[in-house]
Design a protein. Structure first.
Ligand SMILES: NC(=O)c1ccc[n+]([C@@H]2O[C@H](COP(=O)([O-])OP(=O)(O)OC[C@H]3O[C@@H](n4cnc5c(N)ncnc54)[C@H](OP(=O)(O)O)[C@@H]3O)[C@@H](O)[C@H]2O)c1
Length: 275
């Protein structure tokens, strides 16, 4: 993997995080190219990364092994159509990190049998703590799956699904998930302040508690439910809060919220693709 030529079409926040992650993992900068039409974006890239930077997408993808399209979902169709004659399906792998665009739509736009991997990342990828789920179409070879895996691991953890439809569920869980936790954090910080803690202490306590709980759950052999039971003594403070949450149907509320995100993911995929 470490000697493959990589192209990023679109050099925004996500591409910058991925390139940063790859370089931090000792990837040879001479093997990385990135194209972006925005001069300011190219300047930012050249300040941070000693990689080849161009405004010309075709120069960027010429004779590379992996092309990652890191443009906004609404630009994907135009970008793929503009690249399609220049793609080399027998030797190149295409990776899309655009939220919501289905492989069947991308395959129609590229109009060739290219190996294609669709990735659903999330925003903590920007600091190397992403959770990405990958789906490969039937043209992808094992060596190419490994390449995609290595690229996405530069910005966090990865998993594969065999059924593309599951990416809608992934969107509702890890794609939109950071915002659910931000909302929870926001509510707890406000509650801390309402109960007399100063803003800085409120923020620090809530964030460290969220981080600590996630790390503890991740490093423990116990399930989240078992960890919760461990800290919930009979007639104690935690039990009082949890009982209140259960009586307020917190589980049903969160389940319905996630279902709403999944339904919207399906709708958006149809809007961004073609009927
Ligand atoms: N940010 C995240 O954490 C995150 C999480 C999950 C998924 N994603 C996905 O990752 C993709 C990129 O997101 P981002 O946050 O990195 O977006 P971004 O910061 O807006 O970067 C996209 C870049 O692509 C450039 N671009 C537009 N049209 C182009 C073209 N025809 N050829 C080459 N480059 C072009 C844009 O330039 P202009 O500014 O001039 O348009 C911009 O610099 C999106 O599809 C998004 O769904 C991102």
């Amino acid at each position: 993997m470490m000697n493959r030529k990589l192209a990023f079409v679109g050099g925004g926040s996500m591409a910058q995080s991925m390139i940063g992650g790859l370089l931090a993992n000792d990837y040879d900068p001479e093997l990385i190219r990135v194209s972006d039409p925005d001069a300011r974006q190219r300047e930012a890239l050249s300040r941070d990364f000693p990689v080849m930077i161009t405004e010309d997408n075709l120069a960027c993808i010429d004779s590379v092994d992996v092309i990652t399209t890191a443009v906004k979902p609404q630009n994907m169709k135009q970008v793929l159509i503009s690249l399609h004659q220049y793609l080399k399906p027998s030797s190149q792998l295409l990776i899309s990190i655009a939220a919501g665009i289905r492989t069947k739509d991308m395959m129609r736009w590229v109009d060739c049998d290219i190996p294609l991997i669709r990735v659903m990342p999330n925003t903590p990828a920007l600091i190397g703590y992403g959770a990405s789920v990958l789906f490969a179409n039937q043209n992808v070879r094992l060596s190419q799956k490994n390449m995609a895996q290595n690229i996405m691991q530069a910005v966090g953890e990865i998993a594969w699904v065999e059924n593309e439809d599951l990416l809608d569920a992934v969107t509702g869980i890890s794609g939109s998930g950071p915002a659910y936790f931000f909302r929870f954090i926001e509510i707890m910080i406000n509650a801390a302040q309402k109960n007399g803690l100063d803003p800085e202490l409120s923020k620090n306590l809530v964030l460290q508690t969220a981080l600590g709980a996630a790390q503890l759950a991740k490093n423990s052999n116990l399930s989240a439910g078992e960890l919760r039971e461990q800290v919930t003594s009979k007639r104690g403070t935690t039990e009082a809060a949890l009982n209140f949450m259960e009586n307020s149907r917190i589980e049903a509320v969160l389940e319905d919220a996630i279902s709403a995100a999944i339904a919207r993911s399906k709708e958006l995929a149809s809007e961004l693709g073609e009927k």
